[in-house]
Design a protein around this ligand. Sequence first.
Ligand SMILES: CC(C)(COP(=O)(O)OP(=O)(O)OC[C@H]1O[C@@H](n2cnc3c(N)ncnc32)[C@H](O)[C@@H]1OP(=O)(O)O)[C@@H](O)C(=O)NCCC(=O)NCCS
Length: 193
Amino acid sequence: MVGVAGSVRVGGAVMVTDLFVAAEYRGRGLGGRVAAAVVNEASRRCTFSSSDPAALRVYASLGMLPRWQLLTMRGPGAGLGSESLVAEWAHGRLDLVAHFASIGAEVGAHHIALRGSVVQLLRLESDAPHDVLAMLLSSVPMTDQLELSVCEHDELVAWLLARGFEVVDVDTFCATDGVDVSVGVPCVHRGLL
Ligand SMILES: CC(C)(COP(=O)(O)OP(=O)(O)OC[C@H]1O[C@@H](n2cnc3c(N)ncnc32)[C@H](O)[C@@H]1OP(=O)(O)O)[C@@H](O)C(=O)NCCC(=O)NCCS
């Protein structure tokens, strides 16, 4: 195997979740072919592209044009409390939630996170995202960090910068026309919307 691509259905669109070609096989059209194979017949397509210029080129050739950037930010925990945040998930996408739970993620009413010395927030859905984030930050020791991905236009970016968070990576949301370009969920996994 020299290349791989993956996709999932999100609403009425297909999202490319992974795309990789072994370094020695790049530049021969394989990336474009495996990506085309996983979007298949779907006319509405989207992905979070890495900053690799070849990736952006492949997605553009499949009609997925750059729309906005997803900022992955990391900052220190507030270390104030440790009460359990586990609760029944209060939103949709139960398939995705079950997948995250199966890889050991903590599921709360409005957040899903993988705990470690860097706590990875995999999804946040709430009408009051600042409150959920403040609660989550409180549960992270000051010696540890919280990492999350947020749309560059979201007001949470300023809130996070004010709390010492830094942008550690940038992905580009690329989509065909007809895909709702606003995620509508403040924090998402950068591979799985
Ligand atoms: C992205 C990736 C899968 C592309 O695979 P590939 O087999 O080299 O892609 P292809 O040969 O099909 O096409 C690459 C296109 O990018 C172009 N390209 C390659 N390097 C480029 C560069 N440095 N700048 C601009 N364009 C570039 C090629 O000319 C080609 O365009 P064309 O079809 O118009 O001629 C491969 O580079 C890779 O695995 N990168 C690392 C992992 C990664 O970042 N994956 C994307 C995750 S979102």
